[in-house]
Write a protein that binds this ligand. Sequence first.
Ligand code: VGL
Ligand code: ZN
Length: 218
Amino acid sequence: MNALILVDLQNDFVPGGALAVPGGDAVVAVTNRLLAGGAVRARGASPTERLRFDLVVSTQDWHPADHKSFAANHPGRSPGDVIDLGGLPQVLWPVHCVQGTPGADFLPGLDRSRVERVFQKGTDPAVDSYSGFFDNGQRKATGLGEYLKGRGVTDVYVLGLATDYCVKFTALDAIGLGFHVHLIEDACRGVNLRPGDVAAAVEAMRAAGVAVIRSDAQ
Ligand code: VGL
Ligand code: ZN
């Protein structure tokens, strides 16, 4: 049993949004194609067999307006600054994905017909939550891990935004929970706050045991 996890395919993460990821809008077409029976092969499948996803879920960055990851909530600070937040290093971001705002909505062109559950994260103003499974302090679970285990999922495929933040930590936590994890690299885009961040994130995932694949893998 496999599952596809769509990570944060939301308006604020594409060009024109508050925390625009370069090229973020390009993942919509790749994702829709995969959902329509695209070309990635399942682990162990024969070379001619196309990957079919048994289950599709989504994460949604969903912050209250007073979230402490927003530079605007720290007088004198700017986006990109790093502060200590409850004992964890925290990159400060522009205000983004505020609950109920258009920026927090899913991308309009995205085919959501197969999404069975949405797991919201980043709702606690005191702690950020990059992973779709746990907050950054690994204190609270979103329920995604239990849901996937309860559905009998062994393999997860991860795509979305942003490669060097939410995609990375979702994939790493999935490894920690014992799933076989596959990153669909060309269906992801990253922030690259510092040049090389995306490449380093992909390497960190690979080193942790994530299989890095492409949507057109042969
Ligand atoms: C994300 C930064 C802040 C992400 C979310 O979805 O990767 N990045 N909030
Ligand atoms: Zn966020």
